[in-house]
Design a protein around this ligand. Structure first.
Ligand code: 13P
Ligand code: SF4
Length: 384
């Protein structure tokens, strides 16, 4: 029998959930999972805190979670313990027209337990800025020469922009395959919002820095020509990078790599490609969150690692692999504060409202945006 729903109080909609012990919240969450069974799927990104991951049906990186969302047409609801763009992507993929038709028009409800769980990187590229940049670029070169590529860490409106303009979406685990696809279509790429993933990936393909430039949307807004890029540099650029970054991965510095190598001879430095080129160049290995996990799982006992990615994942790897020595690459805490907003109180609150038939924090991308985003996402799924 369901626990009685806690009603909002003057202290806010979650006040009564926040006052509960973690053990109580965990038991209530498991109660909803048991009663809803296969009608409910809880997805958890690798950066989630352990207490939340313990209740996830599937954990993964951005790519794996989007693939699982695309395949989950049989369930009634997805509760996404990640950030806003991930829940949007799940909604787009699971509620595509053909999936809806196969379910007789029934939508899968997609819930983000805390609407404030955003992504600082995604916020660095707004659709108006991208549209303005495209128009400015069109004054100098033919935009039919450019394939727009958006990192999945972006709003649905940007994915739709890519869909409309012959472009595509990528994640950190398929960025290279996607860029190869993009260059097979046209000779230039506009890559947003993460300059680092774009630059690091383009370099693995042998594209020199001289053939890249960084478009600064703020310079463009302040009247600076061509996003602050000199015209001759812009004209010779095959990769136009957007000046955006992840505030978590920007905290790893090349000097951290030097310091750990000095302190721990033989250490293997393993980082996420959202780190700067200077950090990636000094590291031994770079790859998505799943790649990082696989490297650690496959390594012989006694391996020493310094890992440069979000703290919750590194801490979990440290606990799960006592046979290896795992340390955090940075001396300071680097955590995704927005992902961390999803806690047991938000999860329990959203699950109980979902079960009671009055879901909160439903993510529903409008039809037109969803249709064009689907075009760009399906191109990605076909490539990787
Ligand atoms: P992946 O899950 O693709 O490794 O990306 C990390 C990330 O920053 C998600 O927001
Ligand atoms: Fe966004 Fe960085 Fe958090 Fe990933 S880790 S969700 S890119 S802020």
């Amino acid at each position: 029998m369901p626990d009685a729903l806690c009603e909002p109080t003057a202290a806010g909609p979650l006040a009564q959930y926040r006052a509960m012990e973690d053990a109580t919240l965990a038991a209530r969450i498991e109660g909803v999972r048991r009663r809803m069974g296969e009608r409910l799927v809880i997805l958890g990104h690798h950066y989630q805190q352990d207490g939340v991951i313990a209740h996830a049906d599937i954990t993964g990186d951005s790519y794996q979670l989007s693939v699982s969302a695309a395949a989950r047409e049989a369930c009634e609801a997805i509760v996404f313990c990640g950030v806003h763009f991930m829940a949007e992507t799940a909604d787009i993929l699971v509620n595509r027209p053909e999936k809806l038709a196969a379910r007789g028009g029934r939508r899968v409800t997609v819930v983000l337990p805390d609407m404030a769980a955003g992504c600082s990187m995604a916020d660095m590229a707004a659709i108006e800025q991208v549209e303005d940049a495209w128009a400015d670029m069109g004054e100098v070169i033919d935009t039919d020469e450019i394939t727009p590529v958006t990192y999945i860490n972006s709003a649905a409106s940007l994915k739709a922009f890519c869909g409309r303009h012959g472009g595509i979406v990528c994640t950190s685990s398929n960025a290279r395959a996607v860029l190869e696809w993009a260059f097979a279509q046209r000779r230039r790429v506009l890559f947003f919002p993460d300059q680092h993933l774009g630059r690091n990936t383009a370099r693995t393909m042998g594209i020199p820095l001289e053939e890249m430039c960084v478009w600064n949307p703020l310079a463009a807004a302040a009247g600076g020509e061509l996003g602050g890029v000199a015209r001759d540099q812009f004209e010779k650029s095959r990769v136009i990078l957007w000046q955006g970054h992840c505030s978590v991965h920007a905290m790893f510095r090349p000097e951290h790599v030097d310091a750990v190598r000095e302190a721990v001879p033989g250490v293997k430095v393993l980082v996420h490609p959202e780190c700067s080129m200077e950090v990636v160049d000094k590291a031994d290995l770079a790859g998505s969150t799943s790649y990082i996990i696989k490297q650690v799982e496959a390594a012989p006992a006694g391996t020493s690692w310094a890992i440069g990615t979000e703290m919750h994942l590194v801490k979990r790897l440290e606990q799960q692999h006592p046979e290896q020595t795992i340390r955090f690459l940075s001396p300071v805490v680097c955590m995704c504060a927005t992902m961390y907003r999803i806690d047991l109180a938000h999860l329990c609150w959203s699950l109980e409202h979902l079960e009671a038939g009055g879901p909160v924090n439903v993510i529903h991308v409008d039809e037109e945006t969803a249709a064009w985003s689907t075009t760009a996402l399906e191109r990605m799924l076909a490539v990787s």
